[in-house]
Write a protein that binds this ligand. Structure first.
Ligand code: GLU
Length: 604
């Protein structure tokens, strides 16, 4: 998820490595470290500057690997920072991604007498490569990777072979740079451009050996790969945004990968169950709850509202959702058989933090869904689940919100299967989660059509978003995103509420975005759309593919695939993210940094 940089050449490595890390810092960091053969490892928590301060004298050595971490397993401490080493302190590893089967591998290594110093999945890989090292680093990495499930961008060095870096890629990018006096490797080409524009992209399943004057690439199976160098044509800013014009669009387009990362290693398909390591030890508590109170702010609160529908329907668990800023200041009558579930991307949201502190005083267990590992909320909760959504740069949250709902769907299986959920339903939901990334891709592929719709709607001053059931909070979320990114006034309403007031506002200048998936309230939504049409308001409907009943009524339709009802709200909200983005662009606004907003709201 974060940054890797490596160099082997004729110059002193340490300044090159530090500079490489600095260009990767924009992706988010919590700690960093470098390894230089013969000189060992230096690590520091916090920004790269903290690491740089520790490297006052230039470290001798003309090769090395470096890492900036965005923790997924284990808090952002110095011990957990990369590089990690093997038992005999010969092999050093930096890694981006998640080793899914790390606990199984860890257990089998422990049986062999290997000991562990960190909480990371990466250390397990370092120890495994060490065990498999018999003088040939490439072979050691290759044979170890045969045993690994998960994703990795990997750079490995051995003290015994200082002029060689072994790199491998599966699901986490790596690119080799052809420098003048040596070779480089980075997880992101932006880190290479100050050295070279000639690069070789690795593919999934590739493993390569990089030396000063040469590099060779094979697949894990041993097939030679004769890949030619390509010229980087993009400038630095474009590379950072992965070729997209804005982080917001990049992060929307990343949603399928985010979902894959959120569910990785957590689904047990044949049993229709999920495994959430962070909640182990609390399963009995969760299943015996009489009520769950979800507390959050902004989009996370809407994700929580979707969660309410999910938990009540599938986990048979009554849920209330409380805005953290309200919960903390009101007199709440505490049900001792309830618990709190705090949802926060940053894990630092001031109001949410205050809400969990209050709940603790009230004697309740507190659980969390947090994206940033080791953040305050993550530490103060009794237990929780990390989203694994990776760093989110755009202020308007998209991929993190989606991952929050995905976690709640998984939690509903965890709790539901201990209660009334059948094996069959468990299996169906697990399968729906597996298929979710593809369904989202299908929506993202329609981005040019959505862009055209955005241009048509960009000059309206007011919008209503409307949905029923779990699509009611999706309407609130769609409206919020439009407000944040485009400054257009937008409101979210439950379909049934329209005629209790807001319909009075509607006319030809007041469009409605209606969610009408083919669920049990579909016909009700169709009637609502008829009512709106009768008032002359333009209607944009988000409907299931193949539904031509609504297309006859609507002015515009965006079709989304029909999926299991537990994940339908996720698929349905995606067009509204693209709509907000493209309207923002059409209005020439700074969509990544909307005015008056900040990413992590650490004040109340
Ligand atoms: N899973 C690894 C860890 O938590 C790597 C995280 C990253 O990609 O930075 O240390």
């Amino acid at each position: 998820m974060c940054g890797i940089f490596g160099y082997v050449g004729s110059h002193t490595a340490s300044p090159i490595l530090l500079e490489g890390l600095r260009t990767l810092e924009y992706r988010g960091y919590d700690s960093a470290g470098i390894f230089i053969p013969g000189s060992g490892v230096v690590k520091a928590v916090g920004p790269i500057d903290n690491l740089a301060k520790k490297i006052t004298d230039t470290i001798p050595g003309t090769s090395g690997i470096a890492h900036t971490r965005w923790a997924t397993h284990g808090a952002p401490t110095e011990a957990n920072a990369h590089p990690h080493k093997d038992q005999s302190e010969n092999v050093f590893v930096v890694h981006n991604g998640i080793i899914e089967n790390y606990s199984l591998l860890k257990e089998s290594l422990k049986v062999q007498g290997i000991t562990f110093e960190t909480d990371t999945d990466t250390e397990v890989l370092a120890k495994l490569i060490g065990v498999n090292y018999h003088g040939d680093l490439l072979e050691a990495v290759k044979s170890s990777l045969q045993l690994v499930q998960g994703t990795y961008g990997l750079a490995v060095m051995s003290d015994r072979d200082p002029d060689k870096i072994v790199v491998a890629r599966l699901g986490s990018p790596l690119v080799i740079g052809i420098g003048k006096d040596g070779h480089l490797v980075a997880s992101d080409p932006s880190a290479l451009v100050s050295h070279t524009k000639d690069v070789v992209y690795l593919n999934d399943g590739d493993i390569a050996v990089i030396e000063k004057d040469q590099y060779s690439i094979t697949t894990l199976k041993g097939e030679n790969q004769n890949r030619k160098a390509e010229k980087i044509e993009w400038d630095l800013e474009e590379i950072k945004k992965d070729g997209y014009d804005h982080y917001l669009l990049k992060e929307i387009m990343e949603i399928p990968t985010t979902v894959e990362n959120t569910i990785r290693g957590r689904l047990i398909s044949d049993k229709g169950r999920v495994k959430l390591g962070g909640l182990e030890g609390y399963i009995d508590k969760l299943t015996s709850l009489h009520r769950l109170t979800i507390t959050a702010c902004g989009s996370a609160a809407y994700a929580g509202e979707v969660g309410r529908y999910i938990f009540e329907e599938y986990a048979d668990l009554p849920v209330s959702v409380e805005l953290a800023s309200e919960y903390r200041y009101r007199t709440s009558l505490v049900d001792p058989k309830s618990a709190i579930l705090a949802v926060s991307q940053s894990g630092e949201t001031a109001d949410t933090l205050a809400a969990i502190r209050l709940a603790k005083k009230q004697g309740l267990n507190t659980f969390g869904i947090v994206n940033v590992v080791g953040s305050t909320i993550a530490r103060e909760n009794d237990a929780g689940v990390y989203n694994h959504a990776g760093p989110e740069v755009s202020i308007a949250s998209t991929k993190a919100v989606i991952s929050q709902v995905v976690v709640m769907a998984m939690m509903s299986v965890l709790i539901g299967r201990e209660r009334k959920m059948s094996l069959e339903t468990g299996k169906e939901i697990v399968q729906a989660l597996v298929e979710l990334p593809n369904a989202i891709k299908n929506v993202l592929e329609q981005k040019s059509d959505i862009e055209a719709i955005a241009k048509k709607y960009k000059d309206y001053r007011d919008f209503v978003f409307m949905g029923r059931n779990a699509h009611f909070p999706i309407a609130l979320e769609g409206a919020l995103k439009l407000k944040e990114v485009t400054y257009i006034h937008a409101e979210g309403y439950a379909g049934g509420e329209l005629k209790h007031g807001p319909i009075a506002m509607l006319d030809k200048n007041f469009p409605v975005v209606a969610f009408a998936p083919q669920d049990h309230v579909y016909e009700k939504m169709v009637s609502n759309i008829e009512e709106i049409k009768a008032r002359g308001a333009p209607v944009l409907v988000i409907a299931n593919t193949g539904d031509d009943q609504v297309s006859r009524l609507a002015d515009d339709v965006i079709y989304v695939p029909r999926v299991h009802s537990i994940v339908q709200p996720i698929v349905s909200v995606i067009p509204t993210y693209l709509l907000a983005y493209y309207i923002g662009i059409a209005k020439d606004l700074n969509v990544d940094r909307p005015r008056n907003l900040t990413k992590s709201v650490t004040v109340e």
